[in-house]
Structure formats: structure tokens, C-alpha cells
Design a protein around this ligand. Structure first.
Ligand SMILES: N[C@@H](CCC(=O)N[C@@H](CS)C(=O)NCC(=O)O)C(=O)O
Length: 269
């Protein structure tokens, strides 16, 4: 039986769940409470030395990094395939994985953090905060975290995230302009799965229109994505009561500032 270490509303875990549902797989869930820093416990660090979720356990072996977990699942359970059949298609699909891993994921973290978790961290004790900032010895993650904790949407890391989303949505709109349903064409692939939770988070924070206003093809893609069975079962059905309304409320608190920074980005670049 596959095992998935995850935490509630984690976008990376959502990617993996969508993939497992596409494949018709069953799995056992273990919750790792990120708010009590369970991800840094010596026991968890043994299976995921980065101290993050998700981790997939298969035949007793850990697989980490959500993009790699999804690829592992697609290779191990090839039906239905979530990867284009030709090398060029695969390289294009992986460009989307890179966009997620090299900018969009940080963007979603910084925006979600500014909207939802910053205040929760302000209520922590100094000791609890110090543990969160320690971030298993990764100074880059710590710097991002501290900057967004201190400055919220004014942090340069939030600006980087806003820029990453702008570039991704522009490319999506262009790619979808030939009328294709999914990012790689008619085939639903890991590119769509990679993007779905990241677009969903903006949607639930009520920030999505900042980027997709006047991007009808992205809107069409999102409409299909959010009605896709694996999205409904892998994301929507996992929300706890009140979670969706809380995301919307938190996002609205930062919407004006995010919109202003998005305008700054368009003016500057
Ligand atoms: N690149 C990793 C990122 C994983 C990641 O950062 N996960 C977040 C939740 S979405 C986490 O566990 N954060 C805990 C922390 O930073 O302490 C992946 O795709 O699996």
C-alpha cells in the first residue's frame, strides 16, 4: 500500500493526490502538522531530509519532491499515461514543472503566507517562531520566510512570486490560443496537474482575477480544471469546514496590495 505524508491544504500534496486519483490508486495518509513543526522531527527528517511535505512511501522507500513523486507514479503506473508520447512533448511538459519548481511554488507560498499564516505566526511564542525560522539549515528558505513574515506583501519575495505568476499566465494564454483543452494539447498531463493547485490557491484566495482578467483561454482552462474529477476528489473534497471561506477572507485582506504590486511589475518589466 502506498503511503502519503502530507499536511491538509498543502499544494504539493494536492498535486500528488490528483495524480494518484488519475491512476485509480489507493493510499494511506499520514498527517504531518507543519504548524507544530512536526516536519523537523528527527523521525520525519529521516524520510524527508528537507523537512517538507509531501513524501510518498512505496515498498518501504521514500520518494520526495512532488514533481518527482508525480513522475515516479506516472512511470510506475503507466495507465492512463499523464506524459506526452514524444520526447519534444515531454520536454515541453517539463518546462511547466520547472516553472512551478523555480518560481511559481515560491510565489504561492509567499502569497499564502502573507494572506493566511503570517498572522498565525505573529501569535506564536518566540521559541516556536525560532524553530520555524530555523528551517532545517536552509538559509534561502529562512530568508524568504523572515522577509515575508516581517514585510508581508511588501517583501521582494512576494514580488518575485507575482512576476512568476504573470509570466506563467502569459505563456498559458499563448499556448492555449490554438484551442487546445489542456496545456499539452488534448492529452491531460502532469503539466496540468502541476499547475492546477497553484492556480486553485489564487482562486480560493480570491486573487486569480488580478492575473486572468482579459485572459479568456486561461479562464477556460481553469473552468475545465476545477471541474475535472481528480481535482474535485484530490483537492475540493479534502477541505475542512470553513477552510474555503477562510482562504477567501484572508486573500481579500491583501488583494489591493497584491494588485498594486502586479501593476508595478507590468510597469517595470
Ligand atoms: N519542492 C518541494 C516543496 C515542498 C514544500 O515546501 N512543502 C511545503 C508545504 S506545500 C512544506 O512542507 N513546508 C514546510 C516548511 O517549509 O517548513 C515539493 O515540491 O515537494
Amino acid at each position: 500500500m502506498l503511503e502519503l505524508y502530507q499536511f491538509g491544504n498543502s499544494v504539493c500534496a494536492q498535486k500528488v493526490r490528483i495524480t494518484m486519483i488519475e491512476k485509480g490508486l489507493d493510499w494511506e495518509t499520514h498527517e504531518v502538522n507543519l504548524f507544530t513543526s512536526e516536519q523537523y522531527s528527527p523521525k520525519y527528517l529521516k524520510i524527508n531530509p528537507k523537512g517538507v511535505v509531501p513524501t510518498l512511501i512505496t515498498s518501504g522507500q521514500p520518494v520526495i519532491e512532488s514533481t518527482l513523486i508525480c513522475e515516479y507514479l506516472d512511470e510506475t503506473y503507466p495507465d492512463p499515461s499523464l506524459t506526452p508520447g514524444d520526447p519534444l512533448g515531454r520536454s515541453r511538459m517539463r518546462l511547466w514543472s520547472k516553472a512551478v519548481d523555480e518560481g511559481l511554488f515560491e510565489g504561492v507560498v509567499e502569497l499564502s503566507f502573507s494572506a493566511m499564516f503570517r498572522q498565525r505566526m505573529q501569535n506564536m511564542t518566540d521559541e516556536q517562531r525560532a524553530v520555524r525560522f530555523a528551517n532545517v539549515g536552509d538559509p534561502r528558505r529562512r530568508d524568504r520566510f523572515m522577509s515575508t513574515y516581517q514585510d508581508g506583501v511588501a517583501s521582494p519575495y512576494v514580488f518575485h512570486g507575482i512576476a512568476a505568476y504573470e509570466k506563467a499566465f502569459k505563456t498559458m494564454e499563448d499556448d492555449l490560443s490554438d484551442g487546445r483543452h489542456w496545456l499539452m494539447g488534448d492529452q491531460f498531463t502532469l503539466a496540468d496537474i502541476n499547475l492546477m493547485p497553484l492556480v486553485a490557491r489564487l482562486y480560493y484566495l480570491d486573487l486569480l482575477d488580478i492575473w486572468v482578467f482579459k485572459r479568456p483561454r486561461v479562464e477556460g482552462w481553469w473552468e475545465r480544471a476545477k471541474n475535472h474529477r481528480s481535482f474535485i476528489q484530490g483537492v475540493m473534497e479534502h477541505f475542512k469546514p470553513g477552510e474555503v471561506s477562510e482562504m477567501k477572507k484572508s486573500g481579500l485582506n491583501i488583494k489591493e496590495q497584491v494588485s498594486a504590486r502586479h501593476k508595478d511589475y507590468l510597469e517595470q518589466f
